[in-house]
Design a protein around this ligand. Sequence first.
Ligand SMILES: Cc1cc2nc3c(=O)[nH]c(=O)nc-3n(C[C@H](O)[C@H](O)[C@H](O)COP(=O)(O)OP(=O)(O)OC[C@H]3O[C@@H](n4cnc5c(N)ncnc54)[C@H](O)[C@@H]3O)c2cc1C
Length: 473
Amino acid sequence: MDHYDMIVIGSGPAGRRAAIQAAKLGKDVLVVERGGRVGGVSVHTGTIPSKTLRETALNLSGWRERGFYGRSYRVKQDITADDLRRRLHLTLGHEVEVLEHQFARNQVSTVRGEARFTDPHSIVVTGDEGELLTFTADSFLIAVGTIPFRPNYIPFDGGVSVFDSDEILDLPDLPRSIAVIGAGVIGVEYATIFSALDVHVTLIEPRNSMLDFIDHELMEDFTYQLRDRGMAMRFGKKVESVARTDKGCEVTLEGGRKVRSEMLLFAAGRMGATAKLGLDACGLEVDHRGRLKVDPETLQTSVAHVYAAGDVIGFPSLASTSMEQGRIAACHALGVAAHEPPEFFPYGIYAVPEISTVGMTEEEVVERGIPYESGIARFRETSRGHIMGLDKGMLKMLFSLKTRRLLGCHIVGEGATELIHIGQAVLNLKGTLDYFVENTFNYPTLAEAYKIAALDAWNRMGAGVPVAQVTDG
Ligand SMILES: Cc1cc2nc3c(=O)[nH]c(=O)nc-3n(C[C@H](O)[C@H](O)[C@H](O)COP(=O)(O)OP(=O)(O)OC[C@H]3O[C@@H](n4cnc5c(N)ncnc54)[C@H](O)[C@@H]3O)c2cc1C
C-alpha cells in the first residue's frame, strides 16, 4: 500500500493546479484519473474543445470578415464535421502533452483508474482491467467535476441525432438544422457556434429569458444579434416530449408547438460526478445534483482533511475559478497561507458574439440603491473596429456617483473575453472613472472603447470629486 501527503482525485483544472502546488511545496502527491488521459472535462469535452470548435468555425466560415464581404462570404464552401474535428485533435493533443510534462517535471505521480473511498484515509483505484490498487494519504482533494445531466425523457441515441454536450464533439455530420434545449452558458455557446456555420438553430428554454446574470442591456444587444441572423428562440414553454423521427427529432413544447430538426443537443445542466466515489465511507453527503458543500475560504468539506474544489462544489463552475480553488485547497491542506480569492472574477461566455462581464450589473446596482452613472461605447466608434469591419459590439461601464469607483464592466462583441481584464484590474484595485479618462490607450485598439465609455459617463458626471478624496464604494 502506498502512502502520500496528498491524493487528488480528478485531473481537471482544480486537480491539476492543486497537485502542482502541492508538489512545488515538496510534498508527495498522487493524481488519480479515470479518463483515458489527464486533463479532465476542461481538456477533453468542455472548455478547450468547445473553444477550439468555435475558433475553427469562425475561421472556416470567414465570420470575422463578413462585415466587409457580406453574409454569404465563406473561407471554405463546404464545411464538414471532419474539418471541425481535425483542429480539435491537434489542440487537445498539445494540451495533454503540456500537462503530462508538467506532472513529470514536478514529480507528481499519476495512476489511471476510478477512485473510491474505503475509509476516510484510504481509497481503492479500479484500473481498466479490473485490477485494484489501494492508497492512503494525509489529505485528499475531490476534484471529480461533473457529467452531463441526462433525463429519461430525452431519447439519447449514442451520437446519431440526439446528443449531450460531451457527445456533440463527435457529431458525424454537420446538420442543416439543430434544436438546442437549455439556454445556459453551454447551450448558448453551442447554439451560436452552429448558427455561425449557417446551421438553422432553434434554442429552447423553459424560462422566459437566458443568461439572467448578465447585464440586461447587454443581453438585449446580444439577443438582437442572434435574431438578426435568423436564430429561433422558443422561450417560456416547458419541453413536453422529445421523439426521434426518420428525419431527425421532434420536440413538443407545452401548448403543443413542435420544433423539428435534424439534430438535437440537450444542454440543460450537469451533475457532480460523485456517484461512484464511495463518499459514505468517509462520512460525506452530496446534494440532489451530486455536489459537495465546502467552506468557501478553505475548501474543506465537513471532514477536515478531505477537500473539494472545481465544478463538484457548484457555482461558478469555471475552469478559471476551479484552478484557483485547487491551489487554495492544496495550500490550506499543507499548512501554507494562501491569498483569499479576489472579490470580483470575470465571466467569459464564448458565444458568437462573445460576452464577458465583471462586477455588478446595472440591475444589481439599482437593487442595492447605489447612485450610479453608466458609460457606453460601441465598437463601431473605434478606429480598430473600422479596420476589423465591426459594426456590432459594445462595452458598458457603471460608476458610483459618490466615489467615482468602477462598479461593473460588461462587454459583448469581438475580443470581449480578453478586453474584460482591463476592467477587472481597475475594479479589483478599486480604481475610478478617472483612471480611464486620464490614461492613454494604444491606438487603434478595441480597448479604446474603455476610454470612449468612460468619457461618455464623465460627460454626464463631470469632473466631480477629486481622486484623492475617494475612499469607499
Ligand atoms: C461545453 C463546456 C464548455 C465550457 N467552457 C468553459 C469556458 O469557456 N471557460 C471556463 O472557465 N470554463 C468552461 N467550462 C467549465 C469547465 O470545463 C469546468 O469548470 C472545469 O473543467 C471544472 O474543472 P474540475 O477540476 O472541477 O474538473 P473536470 O475538468 O470536470 O475534471 C474532472 C476529472 O475527474 C475525473 N474523475 C471523475 N470521477 C473520478 C473518479 N472516481 N476517479 C478518478 N477520476 C475521476 C474525470 O474523469 C475528469 O477527468 C465549460 C464546460 C463545458 C462542459
